[in-house]
Design a protein around this ligand. Structure first.
Ligand SMILES: [Fe+2]
Length: 259
């Protein structure tokens, strides 16, 4: 099962991802070894602007892809950006300058981790009117959504997609994020799983397989496949995604036996 990672900070020297090319290459090797076929490089929008905008980003991706090729690392790297939901993003979108994932209508965005913006839905609705599909990154790590998952349910009901981070499922971001992601998964509020990788070490590696296995145990194999393969593939291709339905893996009759 080749996985597609639509949220990863893999490019060197642009944001809080790897500083050096060697670290980016180490991340790429990890991703390939873990079964990832394609990564969308999604540096933070503010850093993209500071460092030359879209043209410079395209050049960075081309240069990195050439380096991967010369090192015989079989990883496809596509262009994306992680935005902060803001007036600046709306203005970029209105100017036709917002960068979707692989040039698609899908826009990846995060919101403040501690303060859910009162304008969240209105801003996303404006983006929808412009033809974009907002993807909210790591809602399970947002304090207000942790307390009130109905905030996300409202967005999802109105066509916003949600992307959870593999590390949250594995507990790398603490108990609250883990509890939240399990709740969101079980309540059919997750479309996409991604690594949000930043480094080849510590708790933010560009890998997904262990998290996919954990998601399978929580909501079933079909839903996990949809989140890590089918839906990310649709995002990259600019085609519609589906909302996978939770179907917990069947419990063993005597779960304690054989442990
Ligand atoms: Fe990110």
């Amino acid at each position: 099962m080749a996985m597609y990672d639509i949220h990863c900070h893999i490019l060197p020297g642009i944001d809080d991802g790897p500083e050096k090319l060697e670290e980016s290459l180490a991340m790429a090797r990890m991703a390939v070894a873990d079964g990832t076929d394609t990564v969308v490089a999604t540096p933070h929008a503010a850093r993209v602007v500071e460092k030359g905008g879209k043209v410079a980003l395209e050049q960075r991706i081309l240069a990195f892809s050439q380096e991967l090729h010369s090192q015989a690392i079989d990883l496809r790297v596509l262009m994306g950006v992680e935005y902060l939901l803001s007036m600046e993003l709306l203005q970029e979108a209105q100017k036709g300058a917002a960068i979707g994932l692989n040039g698609s209508k899908y826009l990846l965005m995060e919101i403040d981790f501690l303060q859910y913006p009162v304008y969240a839905y209105d801003a996303m609705f404006q983006l929808q009117l412009l033809g974009f599909v907002p993807i909210l990154a790591h809602p399970e790590r947002q304090a207000n959504i942790q307390e009130r998952p109905e905030l996300l349910a409202e967005l999802v009901a109105r066509g916003v997609l949600s992307q959870v981070t593999g590390g949250s499922v594995l507990g790398y971001f603490g108990k609250e994020a883990q509890r939240s992601v399990e709740h969101l998964l079980r309540n059919n509020l997750v479309h996409l799983l991604a690594s949000d990788g930043h480094t080849s070490s510590q708790n933010r590696p560009p890998v997904m397989s262990e998290a996919v296995a954990a998601v399978e145990r929580l909501v079933g194999e079909d839903a996990a496949h949809c989140m890590a393969v089918a839906n990310p593939s649709a995002v990259i291709g600019g085609t519609p995604v589906t909302l996978p339905k939770s179907r917990p893996a069947r419990r063993r009759l005597f779960p304690r036996l054989g442990r």
